[in-house]
Design a protein around this ligand. Structure first.
Ligand code: NAD
Length: 360
């Protein structure tokens, strides 16, 4: 293994994961040739497929491989096939385990509406045109990980625990303030401080941190209001920072503003900029294996990888511009197609983006 290589592990996973990952892999091969990036790409098992083959949704071999790579590209995990197995062995556990193993605490979810897709949004054009917001979601704490959890012995009771330490809030806060500083200078912190003690601690900690970022205008919003405001007037937001569960829900709302969840990439970073990159969507069992999945979220996840882990801004922009150009040509997968549009499949959409990059 060469030291200077940029090492990427692809974990295709389940459902449409393998279909969109094939496209992403071809893209990485092309980028390597065109920009002499010196990439080393390998593959591994995660999720339901890993459970089927090894009995574990996150096999040790995958973890070992992941340690050797600077970037991990995930397809998606999960599906009805594994819905009945114990919660410890479910595909999603593999993904949560990966996030916590490498401390990928900062989840960046941009929601950018392509000029070409204004009509694909369920909201009126004037509400969403030029939408460009970033949700910074805390990913390794909160109720998804808090202990104790599970069934209370000898009772008919089940519990989960929401907890956050000051350090956990401060480090995600810093990521958000830094992002806001580079963008419009506006940051909205979302919580449920009127009801939850954890949230009022979150609010106080973010407020204290704001003194280090006087150029950023900080506001706070309760999560129920934030959900409503995202649909009512989404362009009032630029950067939103929030805890794990609230971020999960709000980012899916933001996803729909852009027309389709099939368009949205995400990055999960740790302190060393090692990153887990994945589309926001899941394994979409309803369309898996039919060449119907939109591969653009996966393609744009590669762009985020180039930007954040490998600091190859030029390559990231080339990918994003290629996606815009293909959309401008009117090419649409079924999830973003209007009534009159001709629909293309996963493979063809991937080929068109690659061709665009090749010819520029
Ligand atoms: P989903 O995102 O898989 O699908 C929601 C809807 O969006 C479906 O109608 C689907 O067809 C559509 N869709 C999703 N991605 C698309 C794409 N690329 N192109 C076109 N249409 C697309 O969410 P779900 O149905 O709630 O979950 C299905 C499975 O995925 C579950 O097992 C869930 O646990 C899992 N899941 C995994 C992840 C992940 O791997 N990060 C995230 C969310 C859900």
């Amino acid at each position: 293994m060469s030291k200077n290589k940029k090492r990427i592990l692809i974990l295709p996973g389940d459902g449409i994961g393998p279909e969109v990952s094939v496209v992403a892999k071809k893209l990485l091969v092309l980028l390597d040739q065109k920009y002499s990036l010196d990439l080393e790409v390998s593959e591994g098992l995660l999720g339901g497929i890993a459970y089927d083959q090894t009995g574990d949704p996150l096999p040790k071999e995958t973890l070992d491989k992941a340690k050797e790579n600077e970037a991990i590209l995930l397809g998606a995990v999960g599906g009805p096939k594994w819905d009945q197995i114990s919660s410890e062995k479910r595909p999603e556990k593999g993904l949560l385990g990966m996030r916590s193993e490498f401390d990928f605490f900062a989840n960046l979810r941009p929601a950018i509406l392509s000029k070409e897709l204004v009509s694909a949004s369920t909201l009126k054009e004037e509400k969403v045109a030029d939408l460009d917001l970033l949700i910074v979601r805390e990913l390794t704490g909160g109720i998804y990980f808090g202990e104790p959890r599970g069934k209370v012995k000898g009772s008919e009771e089940v519990l989960n625990t929401m907890r956050y330490s000051k350090d956990e809030i401060t480090r995600i806060g810093r990521v958000a303030f830094e992002a806001a500083r580079k963008r419009s200078g506006k940051l909205c912190s979302v919580d449920k401080a009127n009801v939850l003690e954890v949230s009022s601690f979150w609010r106080n900690t973010i407020s204290d941190l704001s003194h280090e970022y006087p150029e950023v205008e900080l506001s706070h919003m309760l999560v129920d209001n934030a959900a409503m405001q995202l649909v009512r007037e989404p362009k009032q937001f630029d950067v939103i920072v929030t805890e794990n569960l609230f971020g999960d829900i709000l980012s899916d709302i933001a996803a729909m503003l852009t027309g389709s969840i099939g368009m949205l990439p995400s990055a999960s970073l740790n302190d060393t900029n090692k990153g887990l990159y994945e589309p926001v969507h899941g394994s979409a069992p309803d369309i898996a294996g039919k060449d119907l999945a939109n591969p653009l979220a996966s393609i744009l996840s590669v762009a985020m990888m180039m930007r954040y882990t490998f600091e190859e801004e030029k390559v990231a922009l080339a990918i994003e511009q290629a996606v815009e150009s293909v959309l401008a040509l009117g090419q649409r997968t079924q999830d973003i197609a209007g009534k009159k549009d001709e629909v293309i499949g996963t493979i063809e959409m991937g080929q068109l983006v690659l061709k665009e990059i090749e010819s520029n």
